[in-house]
Design a protein around this ligand. Structure first.
Ligand code: ASP
Ligand code: MG
Length: 406
């Protein structure tokens, strides 16, 4: 017997028919002799709709009321699934976050789960009953409903799996697993049987939107075994697990990309102590996150160029901030470019293998793709290139690292 938390995303509970199909899937897990708790999202599109209602009433809103409104989508799906399960003769009950309770901090709109009182859920699961819990929500210190940030029901599921000591947390979604790269771009992309937490974290934070990044962090911290799988098929999905559960570790497991990048170059900044602090200080204060940074060696010992990246959404704000601080920073010109993409090769195998970056550089060079900025970490090499080469670069790298399917 295993104890499993099953989480179903918006497309899996998109209408009453789909919800009945979910009930069948839950029933199958019970029939196999397992204990099950279910975590649900709202029907797909519902949360967006709720957010737009809020914004129509007032563009600047009280985050406590925002949470009260946007958390309601999940209340509908958990109730419907509880009914569908009851029709199958299963003792099911719906639970809102506050009813569990799932305690969070008071940061409305992106609250963090602090503690889950799971005793009652635990008791019911031991009984063979099925608790159906609303994802995405909790209750804050002031007794008001909180939400965990968009996509937050993944994090609800992982936190519940940890609290309930589940053997696995199955995340049912509309893709059947995690791929070596975006299969819409590279048709030779392959589904991975297993991927490590660290690799998944890099993939998720680079915009492979299968899992909310925070859910992967939490799973890694709590040692929750995750599985990403489709609610449309019966195929096994991708397991997200600890490194030592993976026998034949590839050097590079996946190639991710993010179009949400923009590049800023400050030309002719003086090359002396304190300049980087004068540039990045105001950006930090303006809440702009800087990602990749390169500084050239100055030719004349006096001035140099400094290039870095920010998210596209932050580009304007970053430029305005730097223009406002021009007198303190002292630079000759500011050049910005939003037509860039960050491509990253990811793999824990890099720790013990040399030459990973070189393979990347030569594959891109062979296609005549210019690398604008490079950054590396222990398990990742990223390059910034012109956006028009995204597809070409992904295909070239996928082949170069031997990831193509036959
Ligand atoms: N319904 C919420 C959203 O759309 C939470 C989730 O689906 O994970 O963001
Ligand atoms: Mg999601």
């Amino acid at each position: 017997m295993s104890r499993i938390v099953q989480k179903f995303g918006g497309t899996s509970v998109a209408d009453p028919e789909r919800i009945k199909a979910v009930a069948q899937r839950v029933k199958r897990e019970l029939d196999d002799g397992n204990q099950v708790a279910v975590v649900l999202s709202a029907m797909s599109g519902t949360t967006n709709q709720l957010v737009s209602y809020v914004e129509e009433v007032t563009p600047k809103y009280d985050p406590k009321e925002y949470d009260a409104i946007v958390s309601t989508g999940e209340q509908v799906t958990i109730g419907l699934l509880a009914l569908a399960l009851q029709n199958e003769g299963i003792n099911a009950r719906s639970w809102m976050g506050w009813q569990v309770p799932i305690h969070t901090d008071g940061v409305h709109g992106k609250a963090r789960i602090e503690r889950i009182e799971s005793e009652e859920l635990d008791r019911r699961m031991n009984n063979g009953d099925v608790p159906v819990i609303a994802g995405f929500q909790g209750i804050g210190p002031d007794n008001r409903v909180t939400t965990l940030g968009r996509g937050g029901s993944d994090t609800s599921a992982v936190a519940l799996a940890a609290a309930l000591g589940a053997d696995r947390c199955d995340i049912y979604t509309d893709v059947d697993g995690v791929y070596t790269t975006d299969p819409r771009i590279v048709n030779k992309a392959q589904k991975l049987d297993k991927i490590t937490y660290e690799e998944m974290l890099e993939m998720a934070s680079l915009g492979a939107k299968v899992l909310q990044t925070r859910s992967v962090q939490l799973a890694m911290k709590e040692g929750v075994r995750l599985q990403v799988l489709s609610s449309y098929t019966d195929e096994p999905g991708t397991l997200v697990v600890d490194e030592d559960e993976i026998v034949e570790q590839a050097v590079v497991s996946g190639i991710a990309y993010s179009r949400d990048e923009a590049k800023i170059t400050l030309v002719g900044v003086s090359d002396k102590p304190g300049v980087a602090a004068r540039i990045f200080g105001p950006l930090t204060q303006a809440n702009v996150n800087v990602d990749m940074i390169v500084q050239n060696v100055s030719e004349d010992g006096r001035t140099t160029d400094l290039t870095f990246t920010v998210t596209r959404a932050d580009l304007r704000h970053a430029c305005e901030t730097l223009e406002g601080a021009r007198d303190e920073i002292e630079y000759r010109a500011l050049i910005s470019d939003a037509d860039v993409v960050k491509v990253s090769v990811i793999g824990v195998g890099m720790r013990s293998h040399a030459g990973v970056a070189q393979t990347m550089f030569s594959a891109l060079a062979e296609r005549g793709i210019n690398i604008q900025v490079i950054s590396t970490s222990e398990i990742k090499v990223s390059v910034l290139i012109a956006e028009e080469y995204t597809e070409l670069a992904l295909r070239a790298l996928h082949t170069a690292y031997g990831l193509d399917s036959e």
